[in-house]
Design a protein around this ligand. Structure first.
Ligand code: AMP
Ligand code: MG
Length: 479
């Protein structure tokens, strides 16, 4: 792409790196030959202390809209793309180090990442992936002994991120707003070649390119909504054209059904709250569309963008159908969903555990759902409508229940569980809770992860509703 687009730079050396976690499932994506004996070398290479053979690391330039305001100076301030892994199945994965020293885009920041935020990103990628939601993954988490300062001194880490892409909406904005629009077709061609080869020979490839990104984004956000995921920082530089969840910061999951919830304590207006995410997806795509006007007619771009909402609605509805175990997604179904969200918004129900418990209705033991409804009649009224729609279909109750249990997770990565694991890691250098959350995150639909069966552990701690005093906790961007 040329020097306008990146800075070539090696990772900075790290002090006494130590491996905290290695992710064999993520390695299956790229198939590196990593034996236990190779772990010291793995740690050295991916902390930045030893060059990866044949690698030419680079920091990418990008800009973006942050909280609705354009920021021309972003870019990889603390991360480097160190390699692209071409896998036999034809896919390509970027290997990226996050927290490996400042680049020319660092704007005076230290180029490092806190251990705390790296643990969150490490586990989040695995949790989202196992929920069936496109996401970056992480190959490893490496602690380093360089002390860094945020609100206080903090331990640092390097995260080895795998992503199908690092092309952000902000990559296009960077060229568009710095009067380098002539670079945009080149970037699109590169992106098409890598991500959307089926449109490469079309006369309308720029329009189709936008169409693909719109579809990916709408589908991604519909997934987020149905598991109650709140990204927290949906700036255009954190949106990938492939529609994978990207750049985990102050993210969270709904505790109760509160559409206004945002996990980001800096987001005082709730711009990135759960309920706003679909609209923000549209807004961000609009900003991307503006950068494509030199290659595509603006009315065509607008026409494409008008398909966002229908794609989102359709995907959301299909996913809600799976959550409720219903096949017929007609008007009555939409009424059922609307009424459900209404009663959930008025009652203190745990979003995740309510849906998980619902799979036992009507034949199992579902009565503990009443605990969420001070006025039982409210639940009864909704359940009688639900029952009516269940009875319209000829599904077997047991089969519906087992399918619902594959659509409604028993485990989600609640912030207080992460906090617990982080606190053990930071205060006691005890990483066993990270191991455990990793196991839960990888098997969110199981009654208990297979690898934990027989372990002496209080599984309710991981599955229970968020304790009252920790509900809707929020984090700052730097945490
Ligand atoms: P993020 O919040 O991780 O999406 O980062 C937003 C922007 O700030 C990106 O350009 C990052 O590269 C940059 N950035 C965040 N933290 C640091 C840091 N500690 N050192 C250098 N750049 C950073
Ligand atoms: Mg970012």
């Amino acid at each position: 792409m040329g020097g306008d687009f990146y800075q070539k730079k090696s990772p900075d050396p790290a002090t006494d790196p130590y491996l905290i976690h290695y992710n064999p499932s993520a390695n299956q994506l790229i198939g590196l030959d990593i034996t236990p004996e190779a772990m010291p070398e793995f740690t050295n290479i991916f902390s930045g202390n030893q060059a990866l053979p044949d690698s030419s690391p680079l920091a990418m330039a990008y800009s973006g809209h942050q909280f609705g305001v354009y920021n021309p100076r972003l870019g990889d301030g603390r991360g480097l793309l160190i390699s692209e892994a071409n896998v036999p199945d034809g896919s390509t994965w970027d290997i990226y180090l996050k927290g490996c020293g400042p680049t020319r885009f660092a704007r005076g920041f230290d180029g490092r990442a806190t251990l705390r935020s790296s643990i969150r990103e490490y586990l989040a990628g695995e949790a989202m992936h196992a929920l069936g939601i496109p996401s970056t993954r992480a190959l490893g988490l490496i602690g380093i002994r360089d002390l860094i300062f945020r609100e206080r001194p903090e331990l640092a880490a390097v995260l080895v991120r795998l992503s199908d892409s690092h092309i952000r909406f902000g990559s296009f904005e960077y060229f568009h707003y710095s009067n380098k629009s002539e670079k945009i077709p080149k970037l699109i061609d590169h992106a098409i070649h890598r991500h959307f080869p089926h449109i490469a020979n079309s006369n309308d490839k720029y329009r189709l390119f936008f169409r693909e990104i719109i579809k990916n984004t709408a589908v991604l956000i519909a997934h987020w909504q149905t598991v109650g995921f709140v990204h927290g920082v949906m700036n255009t530089d954190n949106m990938l054209i492939t529609g994978a969840t990207f750049d985990y910061g102050p993210f969270g999951f709904l505790d109760r059904f509160n559409p206004g919830f945002t996990a980001n304590s800096s987001d005082s207006h709730g711009r990135y709250s759960w309920g706003k995410q679909p609209e923000i997806g549209h807004w961000n795509l609009g900003k991307l569309g503006e950068t494509l006007v030199t290659v595509c007619d603006s009315s065509a771009l607008e026409e494409e963008l008008s398909n966002y909402q229908p794609i989102y609605n359709q995907t959301f509805k299909a996913l809600m159908g799976k959550k409720l175990g219903l096949i017929l997604l007609d008007e009555e179904f939409s009424t059922l969903v609307g009424r459900l969200f209404h009663i959930l918004s008025k009652n203190p129900a745990d979003f995740t555990n309510f849906f998980r418990g619902l799979s036992n209705f009507p034949r199992g033991s579902w009565e503990n759902l009443y605990d969420y409804f001070p006025d039982q009649k409210v639940l009864d009224d909704w359940l009688s409508l639900y029952r009516k729609l269940i009875d319209r279909e000829e599904q077997d109750d047991d089969q519906r229940a087992s399918e619902m249990n594959r659509a409604n997770p028993k485990f989600i990565l609640r912030s207080h569980l992460l906090e617990h694991a982080i606190s053990k890691a930071l205060k006691e250098s005890d990483y066993t809770e990270i191991d455990r959350l990793f196991a839960f995150a990888q098997s969110p639909f199981d009654e208990l992860p297979k690898c934990l069966v027989g372990e002496n552990l209080d599984s309710q701690f991981y599955y229970a509703d968020t304790p009252q005093n920790l509900i809707e906790s929020r984090l700052s961007c730097s945490a």
